[in-house]
Structures are given as C-alpha cells and as structure tokens.
Write a protein that binds this ligand. Structure first.
Ligand code: PMP
Length: 378
C-alpha cells in the first residue's frame, strides 16, 4: 500500500494512538469533575494546551480545543463577526480557501456582508499588495489560509499580517493554518494574527480534534452554548482521548519537524526530477510551494480514471481536495489552471514516513497508466 494523500489525512502516530487508548480505558474522567479522576483528565487537557502553546509561542490560555479546523474556522469567522456587529460590513478572504472558510463567508454574504475574494497571480502565488489593498475602513474581518491544500502554495501571510496590523489596528485577522501548522514556524509574537486554526489529523493525530488560537484580549462569541468549557468559547465535554493523542502528535512534529521537512523535500525533489523525464506530466504546484504537496496533471486523462487505476495497485492519491469529493476543483480553476489540467489534476502529498521505494512504486504504476490511457492523450 502506497499512501500519497497526506493532505487529506495522515496515519496516526503510535504514541498518539497509545495515549488515546490509555485515556479511554484508564484516565477516562471528565475534566470538569471535581474528584481525582476529573483532575487527572483536566491535567491531560492542560498539558496538551501547553504543547500547542509552545508551538505558537503563546500563553496556554489562548488555545481553545475544538472538533477540528472546520469548527475552528466557523468559530473564528462566525464568532468573530458576531462580536463586531457594528464595526463594518466587509470581509476579505481569498478565492482559494477551504470550504469551511469559503462557505462560512458565503453564508455571511447572504446575510448582507460584502465578501472580497483576493485572487492569485498566474503561476499560483499571491501578491501581498492585493490583500493589503482589498482591506478598507469598512473591513471587519480578514480570513485566509497559510498554505493552500491543493497546490501547496504558501501565501505571504507574514507580510500581509504585518502590513495590515499596522494600517488597521482594529481589523480582526484570522489565519487558517491547517496545512502549515508545525511545517513552518508560526510564532505569534512575529505573526500577529488574532485567530489561528489548526487540525490534528493532518499531523499524525486522530480525526475530530483541532484547535483555535485566540489572542489575549480578542473577543469572539461562541457558536456552541452549554457547560462553558474552553473559556465558554467551546462548550461540551472535551474529547480528552483525542486531546491526549493530539498532545503526542504535536510534540512529535515540534521536536522532529526538521527531519520531517527533509523527508517532504526529498519526496518533492525526487518526483519533480522524475517528471522531467515524463513529457505527459505537467506540474501544477509552483516551485516555491510547501514541499509536502505536489500537484500534477496528465492532460487528457481525467483525474478519476488515473486515481482509480492507481487505486487498483493499492496506491492512493487525490484528485483535488478530499472535501470537494468528485467535484472538479474550483480552487485549481481559481488558480487560473487551464480546463484540461483542472480535469486531470492529481494531488500527491507526503508523510514523515514516505520512502523512495514508495515513490518508485508510484512512478512505475503512473507510467503504466499513461501507457494504457495514451490513446486518449492529445
Ligand atoms: N482548512 C484547510 C486548509 C484544510 O486543508 C482542511 C482539511 N482538508 C480544513 C481546513 C478542515 O479541517 P478539518 O478536517 O480538521 O475540519
């Protein structure tokens, strides 16, 4: 089995799985209970909060655990807007956001907000000036991603945030850091965002756990009401087993991040070199994209056909984002990719364990697929 779909989700690392099991079967208290069993569970949540805070270089109180980045993004956007009803009516975002940002923004658009969607330049990169110029006195929220999940493009978030923080001190700034978290440094003392979303299952923790960083003094309204857990911003008994697992995965990525980055870089370089010798393959990801993602097209061969051919050989890739199942990628279209490349796009994404032999195995079957479907290639 060759799994090259790590942007969709990753295999849980062993320490995370063990931690989860231990909490489920031994340390199973409710963190809100007053007895020893509750305190034990509370300590697990506190420890994970500290680990997440150590990655962002913030106070642990700034971390809110959620069910994942979809919830974090909704809380940031809907909760942020809700607390600023009189501050303005414009939201600035990009045209390549994940559905959890785009659909939340589209919902607010229906409620009467103006949503400006900044577009990338041909080639896939963004110009920070386009974001800076899109924001004006009426803008209440800037919400955008750190690293794109389909092409791996790294947005110029540091420059955008620095410039806009200075120009509009009251602007609420939200960064969807899912694909960049622990892969690129994200020190909130340097990158002064108000809200930062991150997710566990993209970094070797289980699905169903994520977090939102909320800067000290920044007020947002909850979107879920109940028992006032997580500083009342996210009511509901915390998912302690998943939080314990998240803690282990975060520590692993924090401490071994450089080694993992070398692996992603190796995989990326290795495949780019191999594709140079395959004239049927076009590379969609810009050269400066995050190395854990490599988006390619085999023009003429629809994504699904190649995806299922690879699947027959136990090789797993993605046609776009896992969240737009089956649909043609609106994001790749927004990136200005020609129709035949959008239709035939394949996203390859690597994990800390992806090895050269697996890449060779993938290349071998991809070549077989190209030979098999060559008749339909222009
Ligand atoms: N934002 C981005 C950029 C993503 O890639 C994803 C996951 N595909 C999400 C948000 C949603 O994360 P989750 O699956 O944790 O809800």
């Amino acid at each position: 089995e060759i799994y090259l779909d790590n942007c969709a989700t990753t295999k849980v690392c062993i320490d995370a799985a063990n931690a989860c099991m231990k909490v489920m079967t031994e340390q199973y208290g409710n963190p809100s209970s007053l007895h020893k069993k509750g305190v034990e569970a509370e300590n697990i949540v506190t420890a994970a909060r500290k680990t997440a805070a150590s990655i962002l270089n913030c106070d642990p109180d700034c971390i809110i655990f959620t069910s994942g980045a979809t919830e974090s993004n909704n809380l940031a956007i809907l909760g942020g807007i809700s607390a600023r009803k009189r501050d303005g009516k414009t939201i600035v975002t990009s045209s390549v956001e994940h559905a959890s940002v785009e659909h939340a923004a589209a919902y607010l658009e229906k409620q009467g907000y103006t949503v400006k969607r900044v577009e990338p330049k041909p080639g896939g990169n963004f110009d920070e000036a386009d974001f800076i110029n899109a924001v004006d006195e009426d803008t209440v929220l800037l919400t955008f991603m750190m690293v794109n999940n389909e092409l791996g493009t790294v947005l110029p978030y540091e420059k955008i945030i620095r410039a806009l923080r200075q120009k509009f001190p009251k602007l609420l700034i939200h960064l969807d850091a899912v694909q960049g978290f622990t892969k690129f440094p994200l020190n909130v003392r340097k990158i002064d965002a108000d809200l930062i979303s991150f997710s566990g299952h993209k970094l070797y923790a289980p699905k169903g756990i994520g977090g939102l960083y909320v800067k000290k003094g920044v007020r947002i309204e909850p979107i879920i009401y109940g028992g006032s857990q997580e500083r009342s911003l996210r009511s509901g008994t915390q998912a302690v087993p998943l939080i314990a697992a998240f803690d282990e995965a975060l520590k692993l990525c924090r401490d071994e991040g450089e080694k993992f980055a070398e692996t992603y870089r190796f995989c990326n370089d290795y495949l780019r070199k191999a594709f140079q010798k395959m004239p049927e393959v076009v590379i969609n990801s810009p050269a400066n994209a995050s190395p854990h993602v490599l988006n390619i097209s085999v023009p003429g061969v629809p994504s699904e056909i190649m995806l299922h051919f690879l699947e027959q050989h136990d090789i797993f890739v993605s046609s776009g984002s896992a969240c737009s199942k089956g649909a043609k990628s609106v994001v790749l279209k927004a990136y200005g990719l020609p129709e035949d490349r959008v239709k035939s796009a394949l996203r390859l994404s690597f994990s800390k364990d992806t090895a050269k032999e697996q890449l060779d195995g993938f290349l071998d079957v991809l070549e077989q697929g190209i030979r098999r479907f060559k008749a339909v290639i222009r």
